[in-house]
Write a new protein. Structure first.
Ligand code: HEM
Length: 463
């Protein structure tokens, strides 16, 4: 355990909590002190891709999610926990098995028919505009799409140009999650406190649950429901199957909206920004897209290596979930790569750091999609193992395939419909710095202001 002694507890806490974003401080500490550092009394951070793979993939049944996950659920108590919060591995695996059929490649192809009209609305709206905040529109797009997928009804924000009350409410309610980790006992007393913002959060969360339950009831009461929602995963003969209830389905739907919308909109925002900042990459991507058939589908896009490389390189440098994902070392302790970890230690690896391993990604801060095209044979597998924006293994992101399709089609449609995007005056590189805001990390300015130049006739020709 010699490497652990590199940092004292006091030094670590000071460094991690006193300055800037936690993921960046942890990265800095790894650069200074090596691949294993202490970031809390009983809490280690690991910077090795192999150890990442051991914890999250190969031995994930033994390294369970820590109690931290119970503190980030949308209400207090077991009643409110969803898949993301489960620390019980068997329970999570069983629920994931039920969901898998709805997220299989075949189901996603069927789902595409639901997504395309929503994306067409985005394109139509943008074609009418001149200066837009693309981040705001990508948020509308992904929320409308996941609302439709989870609850069989889009929020129609692209059409209205306004946030749906459900979205306003759950954004306000994030404040309660902060309270849950510190002063949970205060929450039931909020209606009696003189704070309007706390009341907004409290009543907002109740409206969120009400909306979710109303949507589930409406779906279950339909005679011929339109196929392709995630709710179907929890049903048999049109009714909730054991062990699920209507409440469970409502909570799961809400969980999908939170987990499945913003990360994709953040990634799309970074892709567009990087394409504007690297015109040669944009040209090369347009060249590749030119080969698509006119009525292309996600299956056509799946075989485009450069599109894949652009997305991967974007997520490598700007993972929307860059921070540690805490797991508990099994009670008997564990040895990984020659380091012994005592039982019950909280151990975590953060994608932000794994993605910056200079042995696998030379000049890690440089955006170079080409590094994913024909990488050196001895590095290819290791690079893929170290690409973990969705985490990995049995508790990795269940929506990865869905997110990939959403992002691929959206990029293709935008390049097909617009000649170019120019940053609006005043948009700086600093505005796009990745910073932690709530559960995710996003551009510091929380906007991407661009002027859009629609094509008269859609197509992939370079202007
Ligand atoms: C670019 C888009 C996305 C990124 C970067 C992303 C990232 C992640 C990461 C890193 C985790 C693991 C978190 C942890 O262990 O603490 C995760 C879990 C999860 N994601 Fe995603 N995600 C994305 C899109 C989606 C979508 C579209 C959905 C579904 C509609 C989704 C649903 C979930 C769920 C339910 C979990 C919890 C799985 C479990 O605990 O078993 N995500 N995601």
């Amino acid at each position: 355990m010699e490497r652990l002694a590199a940092l004292t507890f006091g030094q670590t806490l000071l460094a991690v909590f006193s300055l800037g974003d936690k993921f960046r401080e942890v990265q800095r500490l790894h650069e200074q002190h090596g691949p294993v550092i202490r970031i809390g009394p009983n809490h280690l951070s690991i910077a090795s891709p192999e150890t990442f793979s051991q914890i999250y993939v190969k031995r994930c049944r033994a390294f369970l999610k820590s109690d931290f996950y119970a503190t980030i659920q949308p209400g207090i108590g077991p009643k409110y926990s969803g898949l993301f919060n489960y620390t019980d591995h068997q329970r999570a695996v069983a629920e994931r098995k039920d969901l898998q059929a709805r997220l299989s490649p075949a189901a996603l192809r069927q789902y595409e028919a639901r997504f395309l009209p929503i994306l067409d609305t985005l394109v139509a709206v943008l074609r009418e505009k001149r200066d837009v905040d693309l981040f705001a529109y990508f948020k509308f797009l992904m929320l409308d799409a996941i609302g439709d997928l989870a609850f069989d009804q889009s929020f129609h924000q692209l059409e209205s140009g306004e946030e749906h009350q459900y979205v306003v409410d759950f954004n306000n309610a994030f404040m309660l999650i902060g309270l849950q980790t510190t002063f949970a006992w205060i929450i039931p007393f909020i209606p009696f406190l003189p704070s309007q913002s706390l009341k907004d959060a409290y009543y907002g969360l109740q409206r969120v649950f009400k909306y979710a339950q109303t949507r589930v009831d409406a779906f279950l009461n339909e005679e011929k429901p339109k196929p392709g929602t995630l709710m179907e995963a929890f049903l048999k003969d049109g009714k909730p199957k054991d062990p699920y209830t209507r409440w469970h389905i409502a909570l799961a739907g809400h969980g999908f909206i939170i987990a499945g919308s913003e990360a994709s909109s953040i990634t799309l925002t970074y892709v567009l920004w990087l394409l504007v900042k690297h015109p040669h990459v944009q040209r090369k991507l347009r060249e590749e897209l030119k080969g698509l058939p006119q009525d292309y589908k996600s299956t056509d896009l799946a075989s485009l290596p450069f599109l894949d490389a652009v997305l991967k390189e974007t997520l490598r440098i700007y993972p929307p979930a860059p921070s540690a994902m805490p797991r508990v070392v099994p009670p008997s302790g564990a040895e990984i790569e020659g380091v012994y970890y005592p039982g019950k230690t909280i151990i975590a690896a953060q994608p932000y750091t794994i993605h910056r391993d200079p042995n696998l990604f030379p000049e890690p801060e440089i955006f170079r999609p080409e590094r994913w095209i024909e990488p050196p044979p001895d590095r290819r597998e290791l690079m893929n193992q170290a690409f973990v924006p969705f985490s990995a293994g049995q508790r990795g992101c269940i929506g990865r395939g869905l997110a990939w399709i959403h992002m691929q089609i959206t990029i293709a449609k935008l390049l097909e419909n617009f000649d170019s995007f120019k940053l609006t005056k005043g948009m700086t590189d600093e505005d796009m710095e990745l910073v932690e805001r709530g559960a995710l990390a996003k551009p510091k300015a929380t906007k991407l202001s661009v002027r859009v130049f629609p094509k008269e006739v859609p197509g992939f020709a370079v202007a």
